[in-house]
Design a protein around this ligand. Structure first.
Ligand code: ZN
Length: 135
């Protein structure tokens, strides 16, 4: 793993939380993106090398809607960037981690993403992400 790429935060209202995080970080949201397949709208802010990803449910079946219903707003996942996501999946599988999607999916911010189940990561949902090459 290279570094923490971003921290994902589940929010009820992207506009309200977006303004708050802009104030907090003294920056602006540089990208807003809907990820239809995950049922979320995301907004990204930079803080030095790291990013904050705000996640709002785009429908009531969204995993984010369910998360907020159960736990309220808060840190939803931690994302680590990797150079070779498929190799990492193989490595972590061998180590006994429970992988939610072995086949990388298209995530927000031009990434391939794989999630590790919180059960095998001390209660934290872990995202692996690799830059998607778009030619
Ligand atoms: Zn993420």
């Amino acid at each position: 793993m290279e570094k923490i790429e971003h921290i994902g935060i589940a929010v009820k209202d992207l506009r309200v939380s977006g303004l708050m995080y802009e104030k907090l970080l003294g920056g602006t949201i540089y990208k807003t993106e809907k990820v239809e397949s995950e049922g979320v709208t995301t907004a990204f802010l930079k803080c030095g090398e790291s990013k904050i990803e705000l996640l709002e449910a785009s429908n009531s079946d969204s995993p984010i809607a369910k998360y907020i219903e159960k736990k309220g707003e808060g840190i939803h996942h931690i994302a680590f960037s990797v150079n070779d996501i498929k190799a990492e999946v193989l490595r972590l599988k061998k180590e006994g981690f429970q992988i939610i999607n072995e086949e990388p999916r298209k995530g927000a911010d031009n990434k391939w993403v794989v999630f590790l189940h919180p059960k095998s990561c001390s209660g934290v949902l872990i995202e692996l992400c690799q830059e998607r090459i778009t030619a």
